[in-house]
Design a protein around this ligand. Sequence first.
Ligand SMILES: *[C@@H]1O[C@H](CO)[C@@H](O)[C@H](O)[C@H]1NC(C)=O
Ligand SMILES: [Zn+2]
Length: 389
Amino acid sequence: MLFALALLPLALLLSVGCAYKDISDESLQKLPGPGNDFNIKTGALLAPILRPRVSGTEGNAAVRQHFIDFFHASLPEWRLELHNSSSTTPVSNGKEVPFVNLIATRDPPGVHEGDVSRLALVAHYDSKYTPEGFIGATDSAAPCAMIMHVARSLDAALTRKWRSADMDDFDVEHKGLQILFLDGEEAFKSWTDDDSLYGARALAGDWESTFHTASSIYRTPLDSIELFLLLDLLGSARPRVPSYFKTTHWAYKHMAKAEARLRNMGLMKSSPNHASKVAKRENKKLRVEPEFLPEGNKPDGAFIGGFVQDDHVPFMARGVEVLHMIPSPFPRVWHEMTDDGEHLDTDTVEDWAKLVMAFTAEWMELEGHLDFKAEKRKESTEKSEFIIP
Ligand SMILES: *[C@@H]1O[C@H](CO)[C@@H](O)[C@H](O)[C@H]1NC(C)=O
Ligand SMILES: [Zn+2]
């Protein structure tokens, strides 16, 4: 008890120390798009994920290899780990099915592993067992591709920042970025506590008892996760994501603010007021601007505790703070054969990537280190001049 009390002031100090700095309009303007990489047939990031990838199958291993190849080729500074577990499932006839989570981590150089607090970008990469041939483009192929694009776009800025950093700035030097591509999210038969979240349950359970060395600031890899940002069911047109959790509403508000700024600057391609859309229609009058995150002003009393069962559950049960980017209602294609590449709204996929990139850049305090010259991909050059009324 005494020990716990003694620790309290340090914990408080650390959470207060968590800075979050808006990036400039100029940086928002320059956030790189994916070029052709989200193309559903030929896109280097997305196309290889758009195949059945049920846990334990060849497709699942091939998609995992796609991630590994990507990190080796594009993000060599990231530490890769595979977290393995196995379990029987209701359809495996007593056989153990392997579940393999991919964990990629980029920490500041020279900092002890137990002293880094991380923003975790999370999505599941397995696909649903039924219907046969199910692709799961929003569930969660597109979110995986978004995370890959965000990581590679900000990687050089992290390097620059840490190279230039004032080593005395605790906050700057102790923030890392982590990617969790989780396996076995989907139920094989029907969703129960035992038939779902196979990879997430195994990882959260193992990390709970994986202890950093005694003098570490954070006790376990779970404690090191400052925010678990879970993307799921994203990529259909006109999503609406509520703020699910009171304790992370402040982070939701940051994301909503980034969205509003991107919209005001005409940078959201899926907006009916984007220059490319307005140019294509007769009536040039501005339309109502949609919002992916409409609950920035949700009052405290409105959090009634409803949430969606997903990979965050075993983490949240162990005290990890979660920001869940999943639309409500779910996309119309949810768990249907039509959740395929053809039914993605590519503009919306790009917009989500841009929004998550802006949020991540702000979280990691990358203003002043963003320089996207090397990131120039072939982009349509159209830019919107419209300001949202
Ligand atoms: C985990 O599983 C992968 C894929 O089956 C395998 O390549 C790897 O060697 C395993 N790692 C460990 C530590 O068992
Ligand atoms: Zn699903």
